[in-house]
Design a protein around this ligand. Sequence first.
Ligand code: HEM
Length: 182
Amino acid sequence: MDNRYSFLGGKRGPWRVARLDGLRGAGLEAVERLQIVQGEWAESASEAAWVLRGLTSNVRYATRPEVDALRERQPALARPEARCAALIPIKKSARWWELAQDERRAIFEETSHHTAIGMEFLPAVARRLHHCRDIGEPFDFLTWFEYAPEHTHAFEDLLDRLRVTREWDFVEREVDIRLEHI
Ligand code: HEM
């Protein structure tokens, strides 16, 4: 399966932009709609105001028990009831990338409990992580989440808990884009 995804912000697409907040670092231009294209990279020459590209990839930090637990509880994307979504592009600092893999894992999980916290919100929230640090993109990750409207508050709680962790000390750019399926 082709693991390339392009996110086009503009006037077209099945996702209506309800909010677009630049939280850290430079924001992104406000747009009305979002379209996601899988496969061939979408060209920025289209009428989109911006195009963000990322690839799904292998896990970096999850241990075998975590991978198994996630597989058991993680819901699929595109559930009909999950009419809300969030696209949260994130860039981490040079300080993060200078760390060794074991040091990053320790901050990510043993100190910040990213997976443990996230697991509490399954199966309400479905997710897909895209990597883009090595393909010359402005962000390191494009994080994508889908949930039903009644889980909006739970999703806010999840963000509140993750954003106060040590891991987030290394986040230097973050834009929070909330979407509703049309
Ligand atoms: C990475 C789980 C929510 C941002 C990961 C990884 C797991 C995970 C297991 C590591 C993947 C690997 O081993 O490479 C979850 C679960 C969530 C959740 C179960 C619950 C829905 C979130 C949210 C955000 C987020 C709400 C952003 C606001 C990220 C980022 C990474 C990541 C940026 C990549 C970190 C890095 O490689 O440095 N997540 N997550 N996650 N997650 Fe989450």
